[in-house]
Structure formats: C-alpha cells, structure tokens
Design a protein around this ligand. Structure first.
Ligand code: NOJ
Length: 726
C-alpha cells in the first residue's frame, strides 16, 4: 500500500480539474456508452464525455465484467492512472439475498448479521463492488415510511449494535482483502424523522431528540470504523443535511473525529435548489462543499462549479486537497493502487451465487428473523398432515426479496410452496395465487375457490402481506393494513378452517389489529430473501422454533404513528389498564378510541416452548461511575422443544433532570436452551448506559436511583433497584 507521503506526491502532481474529478461520482452507464454519443446521464451532469478520465467513483454498474472493462479503460485514460471506486447498494445481499435489515433486526443475532454481510461482501467484491452504501441506521418509528425496511427499527442502541456487526462483516479482514468491501453509514441524520412518515420530508426535531435517539447509531458506526457517511436527503431543523454544517462539520468531524469520506446522496447537492436554500448549481456546490461534503453523487455542481469557487477564493486549494486526500486514502485502503480490480472475478461470482453455504445462511437468517406474533396452539402444524393449501399472493408468485435486492435473481427464490413441498414429501400440497394485484386489488373472484380448498384441507396457510414494491424509497403509505381483498380472504378462510395460520410478508410492520382478533396463528416473515420459503416451512411444521423479537413496534392503527416502546414519560401517563384498550376520558395521555401501546411492541415474540425466568441477581446495588454491575439472569426452558430466547435488559432512571423514557433497552443475549435446561446469562450495567443529554448540551450521568428489569418493554419478569453514587 502506498504511504501517506506517496499519496501527497500524487496529489501534488494533479491539476485542479483532476482533483475535482475525484469528488465527482457518476453512474456506471456514463462509462459504457460510445464516445460519439452524448448520453442521458452525461447531459444531466452537463459533462462532456472526455470528462470521464477525471472521475473518481461510480455507482450502479452491472457486474464484474462491466467493472473490469470500465476500470481498465479508465486507468488508461486518466493521466495519473488513478483507479475509480465502484460503489453499489448492497443492502441485504448481492447475489444471494438475505432477509431485509428490518427482519434481521428481529433476529437479535449480531453474529449472524455479521456472517450474512461477510458473504454479501464476498459476492459483491467478486462482482466488482468496492464499496456498499450500507449500513442504513435511520431510527424508524413511523411505519408509514417506506424505508423502515432498510434499518433495524426503533431503538438507537440496538441499531448501533447491529450496524457495527454489518460493518465488521463487510470489512472482514481489512479493506484490501479481495473479499472485503468498504462501508457507508446513511442517511445522516434523522432521515427517519420525516414528518408524517413521508419520504424526503423535513425533520423538525429537538437537539434532545437528535442526541438521545437519532444520532447515536451513526456515532456507533463511526466508532466501528465506517469508511464513509452519506448525508440524508431531508432537511434537519431547517437545514438540508447535505449542506448542514452543524451535523457534518460540528458533530461528525469535530465532535466525533470522523475523517473519512462524506458522499452526498443521489443528486442531493443540486436538490439544494428545490429545498430552496440555493439559487443555482454554483450556490449548491458552495453550500455542500462548505459543509465538507466531499463527493457529489450524480449532480453537475462540483464538476461544473467547484473550480470557479476555488479560483474566486471562496475555497482554498487546501480545502480541496483535504477532500481529495480522503478519497485517495480510501482508494489506498482498498488496495486499488496495486490492484484496481479489487476482487472482481466473474467466475467466482458464478461459484458463490446461491451456493449451498450461502443458501444455508440465508435460510438460517430467515428462520431467526421470523417472529411468531400469535399462536393459539395451532402451530407448529403436524408433519403428518395429508393435505395442505397455500393461499394468497405470497404462496408462489410474489417476490420475497425486496425493493433493494441488488443483483439477486428473484426467480431463484425458494417460494413458500416449494419449501412446504420439499418438507412434506408425502402430503398433497396445493397452492392458489389469490389477491395477487397488490393493495389496490379489487378482484375477489377466486376467493370462493380458496375458501373451498381451505375447507377440504387439513391445514390452510395464508400467505399474505404487502408487496416488496410498496416499501423502500419513496414508498410511504397512509393505509398500512392488508389490502381489502386479502382481508376478505383471511376472514373467510379462517371462518371455515380452524387449522389456519397467517404468514405475513412485507417491508414494514403492517396494521393487522383486525386479523389478530381471529386468526389462530400469525408468523411474521418480513421480506425473507432467497430462502424465505424453506424457512417458513421449517418454522410452520416445527423443525425449528421461532425466536425472533419485534425490533420495530406494530401500530394498532395508523393513527398511533409514530409509536415505539421507549415513549417519554408524561405528567399524565395512560392508566395501566388502558394501555392496550381505548381509555375513557380521564385526563391522561391516552386515546379514546385505541390503546396507547403498540399491538406488538419492541422485544415481543413468541416461541413453541415456554421459558421460566427463575431469578435476577445484581452483584451490587450501588455503583460509582467507574464500576459496573453484573446482572445474572437464570432461566429454564419449561416446554417440550429446544428453542432460543432473547434475554433483554432495560433500565429506567427514577428521577432525572430531563423527562426520561419509561424504559430503555440496554443489553441482550440470545441463547439456546434444550427442553428442561437451565442457563444463567450475565449482562452488565455500566455508567455510559446511564447517561442523558442535558439542556446544557452534554451527556452526563446523574447520581440517583435506577431500575433494572428483564423481560421486554412493559412486560417484565423481574425489576430491581440500584443506585449510582458519586
Ligand atoms: C438514493 C438512496 O437514498 C440511497 O440510500 C442510495 O444509496 C442512493 N440512492 C444510491 O443508490
């Protein structure tokens, strides 16, 4: 790898145009067109094709062959022979698709997430990718927002833990390894706080909310060694994130010491005009570069105007050099100067894609991510059944990958039908695609046939949910129930077949309050990836017990949004008996027509076994700031099947100088217990966990009493007190 001195030498020989080129990012297609043809992207960027030789990075190219071809030509054309970075959105797999991050969030298995990302990195690196725009760590409290599928849900601490696991997985043994890719945490910051759950919408939130909830996961990424940060599209407290000096300079660079690359989101620099904070492209370049946004993704601003701004003295060449050096350093860390193709190897892609090992991990991940939301005892179904019917849009036809399934081939997904058939070799398995036309479907024509099939079967599996096309970017919705026809299907089938279970698919927590009233069992699968069907089958028929826990709460009604477990205490808390049901008018912070708690809250999820929590002991009940308290929790599997349980620890500050949440999730461990087995889990309380953000602008811990509880939000097995002393 080149030394820093060598990089400086390189920088010193670069012209202004060449330096600025390093900060310009275009689409792969820009490099694939004939020289004589001025392409769409080139026109949009106001670039003539000759500019290609200067460009520093690109995104959205097709595959390894593409990458090799483009890089080879680029190195020949660039006077300095500087390789480009090839970026892509590897969100939950490259070729082999794992469950969406929101699903992985339900696994509470950071090691498994790391493994999925390791495999995704191997496939991506072989496919020509050097950098992924992942992890996405936007706190998601509003299920209307389509992008909740990309993150780990509603808890800041937990999101940080899972994102750190992703970063470890992608980076593997180090960026220069041919099996590793660099990482980019996004979207900085508070993209998930857009008003009304509408994508790209303004986030107007307090410093308190930012510091306590919305920023910590990005900070966790910085601490975990993330290579890049992407500012969010939205405005945060009035200033678009791309030009937000408070976020990008004061907090990210100065406070957190991040000196990696900041890469704008897609055309976000030029969209400073539509935000209404810049009058033209030059103004956009000025605002974004002033906020130390290093790379301009797909917009004409840096390529067209940064040079002028430097020549006019608005920015110094040292400022430019600082940004260019960050980009060169990343290239150097990736080993691109020695090997510009990194891991690109088309033959290896073919070997890795959906290989047995990757499929196996994809299946395990889908199993660990599924959440049993309800079970009246009907699950697991017996494997001795003679006739099984699968009904609904996800039985055979719908994609179970997602909006962000990269280069994954959806036709190679194991459908629920294929999974059940494979598992139950002797049974008759019938699938009927019903209600396949998404949420605006009005076609009820084959519901009668579905009902008849269900009536005459031993078991009916309702494969329903929301198409993967309705979550993800720009896919916000106000009605997040099942489509009307799917609701009819579920109602009519469960009325005639008591051995029914609902398999629920989709990229967000849907409102299923109505179905929860009468459906015998509900298993949430989210968008489970290539092996979703085999995982579903194994879960439904008891080869494995569900062990996932919800990491983003399910609203009872969309009117509750945003709804999350760690609500702030109020002066008039809802009365305990009205958490789940409408409250009468009694001057409390409640609803007259709906409970205040979510239908399924953070940390909730059932199993095929039962766990008895035997005890919780603390090794001390007073701690200084330097101390830690060891919390030992003993539990026993009291049921008949081996299963995993997530032991969750929550803290609550009894009297503090700010209004604190009713509970805060702070530690966890997922363990496996055989029937009858007892285990003790040790978790730790330390002083940083006790900190709060004060109106004076600092994180401090305040001496006083706290409670520690195990269980899940509002449903605890044990609660003890301890004290922080000076
Ligand atoms: C826009 C999205 O907001 C971002 O998440 C993604 O990385 C970029 N497009 C590039 O595809």
């Amino acid at each position: 790898m080149a030394s820093e001195a060598k990089l400086k030498e390189l920088l010193a020989q670069m012209t202004l145009d060449e330096k600025i080129g390093q900060l310009v990012q275009t689409n792969g297609i820009f490099f694939l067109k004939d020289d004589s043809e001025l392409t769409g992207p080139a026109t949009e960027l106001e670039l003539d094709l000759d500019y290609r030789k200067n460009i520093g990075s690109l995104l959205n190219f097709k595959n390894a062959e593409n990458a090799i071809k483009i890089q080879k030509k680029h190195i020949e054309d660039d006077r300095n022979g500087i390789p480009m970075i090839f970026a892509n959105d590897i969100i939950h797999g490259c070729r082999t698709i794992f469950p969406i991050p929101l699903a992985l969030g339900a696994s509470f298995e950071p090691d498994l997430v790391e493994e999925c990302c390791r495999m995704a990195a191997k496939e991506a690196a072989a496919d020509g990718v050097h950098l992924t725009f992942s992890p996405m760590v936007d706190l998601s409290r509003d299920a209307r927002w389509g992008r909740v599928m990309e993150g780990f849900g509603e808890d800041a601490y937990y999101t940080g833990v899972m994102a750190a696991a992703q970063i470890r997985g992608y980076k593997g043994k180090g960026l220069s390894s041919k099996e590793s890719i660099a990482t980019c945490a996004k979207h900085f910051a508070a993209y998930g706080a857009g008003e009304g759950g509408r994508d790209y919408n303004a986030a107007e939130l307090s410093e308190h909310a930012l510091r306590e909830y919305f920023l910590p996961a990005y900070k966790a990424c910085v601490d975990a060694g993330v290579d890049m940060i992407m500012p969010s599209f939205n405005s945060v407290c009035g200033v678009p994130a791309t030009a937000n000096k408070y976020l990008l300079c004061d907090i990210l660079r100065d406070e957190w010491g991040f000196d990696g690359v900041v890469n704008s989101d897609y055309s976000a620099v030029k969209e400073l005009i539509t935000h209404g904070v810049a009058k033209d492209y030059k103004d956009c370049a000025r605002l974004a570069f002033d906020a130390q946004c290093d790379i301009d993704m797909i917009s004409p601003c840096y390529a067209g105007y940064l040079k002028q701004l430097i020549e006019e003295g608005v920015f110094s060449e040292e400022q430019l050099d600082r940004s260019v050096m960050r980009v060169l350093k990343l290239k150097n860390d990736l080993g691109l100067f020695e090997n510009p193709y990194h891991g690109a190897d088309p033959a290896l892609v073919a070997k890795l894609e959906l290989c047995d090992e990757h499929r196996e991990i994809a299946r395990r991940a889908a199993e660990e991510s599924a959440v049993l939301l309800k079970n009246n005892g009907v699950l697991p179904f017996s494997k001795d059944v003679k006739k099984v019917v699968l009904l609904g849009p996800f039985a055979t036809t719908y994609s179970i990958l997602s909006w962000w399934s990269s280069r994954g081939d959806k036709t190679k997904a194991t459908t629920v039908y294929a999974g059940v058939k494979e598992l139950l070799k002797d049974a008759e398995v019938i699938a009927l695609d019903v209600c396949t036309r998404d949420y605006n479907d009005e076609d009820e024509s084959n519901i009668a046939e579905a009902v008849e099939l269900a009536r005459n079967a031993d078991v009916a599996i309702l494969c329903v949910g929301e198409s993967g096309r309705y979550s993800g970017e720009a896919n916000s919705r106000t009605d997040i129930r099942l489509s009307k026809v799917q609701r009819t299907l579920v109602r009519e089938v469960t009325a005639v077949q008591k051995n029914s279970a609902m398999l629920l698919f989709g990229g967000r927590p849907l409102v299923i309050t109505e179905e929860n009233e009468y459906v015998p069992a509900i298993l949430e699968m989210y968008l489970p990836g290539h092996e979703g069907g085999s995982a579903a089958a194994r879960l439904l028929f008891g080869d494995v017990s569900p062990s996932g826990k919800v990491s983003m709460s399910f609203p009872r009604s969309v009117g509750q949004c945003p709804v999350y477990y760690n609500r702030t205490q109020t002066n008039r808390p809802p009365r305990a008996q009205y958490l789940d049901v409408p409250s009468p008018h009694n001057f409390t912070s409640a609803y007259l027509d709906c409970g205040t708690s979510p239908l399924f809250t953070f940390g909730y999820g059932l199993s095929y076994t039962t766990f008895r929590y035997d005890s919780m002991t603390l090794d001390k009940t007073k701690m200084t700031k330097e101390d830690t308290i060891k919390v030992s929790v003993t539990l026993t599997n009291t049921g008949n099947v081996g299963a995993k349980e997530v032991v969750q620890l929550y803290l609550h500050d009894l009297v503090a100088s700010t209004a604190k949440p009713v509970q805060e999730f702070k530690a966890f461990k997922k363990i496996y217990l055989e029937p009858g087995e007892t285990k003790t889990v040790e978790l730790e309380i330390n002083e940083p966990m006790l900190k709060l953000w004060t109106p004076k602008g600092e994180f401090i811990s305040e001496p006083g009493e706290f409670t520690v509880s195990v269980g899940y939000a509002d449903h605890f097995h044990f609660t003890e007190r301890f004290e922080l002393i000076d």
